[in-house]
Design a protein around this ligand. Structure first.
Ligand code: C2E
Ligand code: CA
Ligand code: CA
Ligand code: CA
Length: 277
């Protein structure tokens, strides 16, 4: 059961059998769910510091399941990935996001979209061509598309990921390392990756107001990022204090509930309207 539009309600602990059945159902139902509009993309704004101008939005998938209610990606993306269906998910999210960017361009707004990319997509040899074809089809300049790759995903098999990252970078799309600080990257590795942006993991940002070691991690990522010429983004900004600390450190972009929660398409349009007029 779930509240309409709210967080899923966990009333009981499901058994292993129930968990397995549910994962199986989600995988088999996914394509149909996309085709029938159960799967939607929400968008969370990213704003520049200190101006607070809206630079872009991150596309975050949502699934309103007829039986299980509103599902967050953590509840179904891993199963979709394991089943080899992530290409369908990425393609859907990217087309939705590029449609929005194109519409904004037609209204004279330059707002970029960031799409989360599963490490499995980097294993597809033709992934860069798929991205390039979509940019052409939607008439979107590559610099208005950001691809967010998790640090752990890229580091799991850098030899495999690197050539694909180079080809994506050559297209001119923006490459971001997501969840930075949670994995094992050394400074040396980050230098070798053809990336443009680091996103500080929200676990450090949540703690930075109260925990000195979180604050130190955030500060060192901002400095490291800047010394490598990267744009630094902080996610999970919930409080004024965090925003002010990040601003003082010179962090370039922030994202989080303080600015806005992820919004449906129509609510995002209303939010943008209120912001820009
Ligand atoms: P992520 O890429 O790290 O996305 C940020 C997550 O943090 C989102 O959760 C967002 O709603 C949440 N968030 C943003 N600001 C705040 C804040 O201020 N406070 C708190 N507490 N949370 C905040 P969400 O939407 O549940 O997504 C979870 C993860 O699912 C994402 O983590 C991403 O790894 C994955 N994901 C989402 N959409 C897609 C997709 O289209 N494809 C793939 N492959 N993965 C996706
Ligand atoms: Ca992300
Ligand atoms: Ca993240
Ligand atoms: Ca994450």
């Amino acid at each position: 059961a779930a509240k309409a539009g709210g967080e899923p309600v966990r009333a009981y602990m499901p058994s292993m059998g129930q968990i397995f059945l549910r994962r199986f159902q989600l995988v088999t139902q996914f394509r149909h769910a996309v085709e029938t509009g159960q799967v939607k993309v929400h968008y969370q704004p990213k704003v520049a510091l200190p101006s607070r101008n809206v630079l872009g939005v991150e596309a975050l998938v949502r699934w309103t399941h007829p039986e299980y209610g509103d599902l967050h990606p953590d509840e179904f993306v891993p199963a979709i990935e394991a089943a080899g269906l992530v290409g369908a998910l990425t393609g859907f999210v990217m087309e939705q996001a590029l449609t929005k960017v194109r519409k904004w361009l037609d209204k004279g707004l330059r707002i970029s979209a960031a799409v989360n990319i599963s490490v499995r997509s980097l294993a597809e040899q033709d992934f860069p061509e798929q991205v390039s074809d979509l940019l052409t089809r939607y008439g979107v300049p590559p610099e208005l598309l950001t691809l967010e790759l998790t640090e752990s995903g890229v580091m799991a098999d850098p030899q495999k990921a690197l050539p694909v990252l180079r080809r994506l970078h050559a297209l001119g799309v923006v490459l971001a390392v997501d969840d930075f600080g949670t994995g094992y990257s050394s400074l040396a590795y980050l230098r070798q990756l053809p990336v443009d942006e680091v996103k500080i993991d929200k676990s450090f940002v949540f703690g930075m107001g109260t925990d000195l070691s979180d604050l130190a991690v955030v500060r060192s990522i901002v400095e490291l990022g800047h010394s490598l010429g990267l744009s630094v983004v902080a996610e999970g900004v919930e409080e004024d204090v965090a925003r002010d600390q990040l601003s003082a450190m010179g962090c370039d972009v922030i994202q989080g509930y303080l600015i806005s929660r992820p919004l449906s398409e129509s609510r995002l349009e209303a939010w943008l309207q209120a912001r820009t007029t």
